[in-house]
Design a protein around this ligand. Structure first.
Ligand code: NDP
Length: 458
C-alpha cells in the first residue's frame, strides 16, 4: 500500500454509475473503515446543481446502501459539487483547486469523454500522488488501448492508473488464491494432467435496463468477457505468485494472458453470439431486445457471447477455457467451474459411471462446492453423487467498496495493468473481427431461457 489520497474527485457525478454504485459503495466503505471519513468527496458533472441538490443526491445514494447516519453526516459536512465540463483544462484546474492535495480522480464518464478529459489533463499540473481511476471499457481495441495507455503515462506513472475491474473484489481474489494455493489437494491437480475443462460464466437475469446508450454500442463480449472474465480466467490459470502483492499478482496474470488465444487458433469455430427475443423471466414480461428504446438493430449487438480459448503453455496445453456471459437468461449464475478428468480406472464391482469431479467457485456471494462420487447410502456398490458446499467470506464489502479502497489507497492490487488491458483486446480481436464480417451467425434465444438450444452446454 502506498500514499493514501485525501480527495475523491468524482467526474460524471450525476451519472448512473456514480449514483447507483460508486456513492453507495463509498458510504459502505466509510462505514466499515471510519478512519477514512476525512476523505473529501467532490462531485463534478454537467448538471447545474446547487449545494443542496448535490447533498440530496448524495443522501439518497447513501440511503440506498443503508449507510450509518454518522457516516452520512461526515460525508455531507465536507462534500461539494461543481458544475464543470471535464473535457476543459480550466474546469479541471478549478476542480483540482477544491480539495486537499493528492486526489483520486474517478472518471465515471462515457469512455469517449474520459479520453477527452485525459487529453485536457495534459495542460494541468497534477499534484504528486494523483490516482486516475478509469472505467471499462478501456479502449475499443488493442490499438486504442495502447494509445490511451500512452496518454495516461504522460500524466502519471502506471502504478497510479487504476483500470477498474469491479467484477472481483479483493476478498474474492484472495478466496480463489486461498483455495488454489493454500491446499496441497488442489494445486497438484491444477493442470492438463487432471483438468478436462474450465468454464467462467456470468449469466444475468437483468435485461437492457434502459442502458441502450452504452450497451448497444458494446455488447456482451466487450462489456463482460473482454473487461472481466479474462481477468478471472487469468487468476485461475496463472502460475503461483510468490506473494499476493499487486506486482507479483499482475505479473503472473499478464504472463498467462500472453499465452492465450482462441481455441485451435480458429475464432469462427471457437465463438458463438446471440441476442434475446421477447420472453418471460420470473413472471416479468421482457420485450424483444431490438424493440427496446435506443437499440439500433443494424448494429447486430449480441446479448450473449461465448468464446473457447486455449492457453499455449506446458500447464494448460489442450485444456479448453470457455468464457460465457449474457443477459436476460433463465437464472443468475456467476461462477468458475473446474471439471476434472474421469478416474483412469474404477474397480470392477462398483456400479455406475463416475461423473467427473467438479469444483465450483461461485463469485459474489462467494461459495465453493465440490461435486464428487461416493458409495451411496443404499446399495454400497452403486456410486452416488454428493456436493460439499460452503460459503466463503460472508459479510464482506461489495466489490465496488473494495475497488474504492484500492483507489483511495493508491493500491493497484485490483486494477488491470496497462499491458494486460491491451492483451485482453489482442486475444479477442480475431473473434470480434469474425463477428463483424458475418462469419459467425447472430443466433437468438427467448428471454428467460438458457440460451440457444443447440449451443454446447456451458
Ligand atoms: P452515464 O451516461 O449515466 O453518466 C455519465 C455522466 O457523465 C453523466 O452524468 C454525464 O452528464 C456526465 N458527462 C458527460 N460528459 C461530460 C462532460 N463533458 N463534463 C461533465 N460531465 C459529463 O454513464 P454511466 O454512469 O452508466 O457510465 C460511466 C462509465 O462507467 C462508463 O465507462 C461505463 O462503461 C462504466 N460503467 C457503468 C456501469 C453502470 O452500471 N452504469 C457499470 C460498470 C461500468 P450528462 O448526462 O448531463 O451529459
Amino acid at each position: 500500500m502506498s500514499d493514501e489520497v485525501g480527495t475523491f474527485l468524482l467526474l460524471g457525478a450525476s451519472g448512473d454509475l456514480a449514483g447507483r454504485l460508486l456513492l453507495p459503495a463509498l458510504g459502505q466503505l466509510l462505514d466499515r473503515e471510519p478512519e477514512r471519513r476525512s476523505t473529501v468527496l467532490i462531485g463534478a458533472g454537467s448538471e447545474p446543481w446547487d449545494a443542496e441538490q448535490w447533498r440530496d443526491h448524495v443522501r439518497t445514494a447513501l440511503a440506498s446502501a443503508e449507510v450509518a447516519s454518522d457516516t452520512v453526516t461526515a460525508v455531507l459536512e465536507t462534500t461539494r459539487y461543481l458544475q464543470a465540463d471535464v473535457t476543459k483544462a480550466e474546469d479541471l484546474r478549478r476542480l483540482l483547486g477544491e480539495g486537499p492535495p493528492a486526489p483520486a480522480i474517478y472518471f465515471a464518464l462515457p469512455p469517449a469523454v474520459t479520453v477527452a478529459s485525459c487529453e485536457a489533463l495534459r495542460e494541468v499540473e497534477l499534484p504528486a500522488g494523483t490516482v486516475l481511476a478509469l472505467e471499462k471499457p478501456f479502449g475499443t481495441d488493442a490499438a486504442s488501448a495502447a494509445s490511451l495507455n500512452q496518454l495516461l503515462t504522460r500524466l502519471v506513472d502506471d502504478e497510479h492508473v487504476q483500470r477498474v475491474d469491479h467484477f472481483l473484489g479483493r476478498s474474492t481474489v484472495l478466496n480463489v488464491l486461498g483455495v488454489r494455493f493454500a491446499n496441497r489437494l488442489f494445486e497438484p491437480l491444477w493442470s492438463n494432467q487432471h483438468v478436462e475443462s474450465v468454464t467462467v460464466v456470468y449469466d444475468e437475469q437483468l435485461t437492457l435496463e434502459n442502458r441502450a446508450r452504452y450497451y448497444d454500442g458494446a455488447g456482451a463480449m466487450a462489456d463482460m468477457i473482454q473487461s472481466h472474465l479474462l481477468q478471472v480466467m487469468a487468476l485461475v490459470a496463472m502460475e503461483p505468485p510468490a506473494t499476493v502483492n499487486a506486482r507479483d499478482l499482475r505479473d503472473a496474470k499478464a504472463a498467462v494472458l500472453r499465452a492465450c488465444r482462441p481455441w485451435r487458433g480458429d475464432p469462427v469455430a471457437a465463438s458463438r453470439r446471440a441476442r434475446y427475443t421477447a420472453g418471460t423471466i420470473e413472471d416479468r414480461q421482457v420485450p424483444n431486445y431490438v424493440d427496446e428504446p435506443g437499440v439500433d438493430p443494424a448494429r447486430q449487438t449480441e446479448t450473449l457471447a461465448e468464446v473457447d480459448l486455449e492457453i499455449d503453455n506446458w500447464r494448460w496445453a489442450g485444456v479448453p477455457f470457455r468464457l460465457r456471459s449474457g443477459k436476460a437468461l433463465e437464472r443468475r449464475r456467476k461462477e468458475i467451474v473446474i471439471t476434472f478428468k474421469p478416474p483412469p480406472h474404477v474397480p470392477s464391482g462398483l456400479r455406475g459411471d463416475p461423473a467427473p469431479a467438479r469444483l465450483r467457485l461461485a463469485l459474489g456471494p462467494d461459495r465453493m462446492s465440490w461435486e464428487m462420487n461416493v458409495n451411496g447410502p443404499d446399495d454400497p456398490f452403486t456410486l452416488d453423487r454428493v456436493t460439499l458446499d460452503t460459503k466463503l467470506s460472508p459479510g464482506r464489502l461489495p466489490a465496488y467498496g473494495e475497488v474504492l479502497a484500492g483507489v483511495l489507497d493508491a493500491d493497484p492490487f485490483l486494477s488491470v495493468r496497462g499491458d494486460t488491458a491491451e492483451q485482453c483486446w489482442r486475444i479477442l480481436e480475431p473473434v470480434i473481427g469474425a463477428w463483424r464480417s458475418g462469419e459467425v451467425p447472430l443466433d437468438s434465444y427467448p428471454a428467460g431461457s438458457t440460451g440457444p438450444p443447440d449451443w454446447p452446454k456451458a
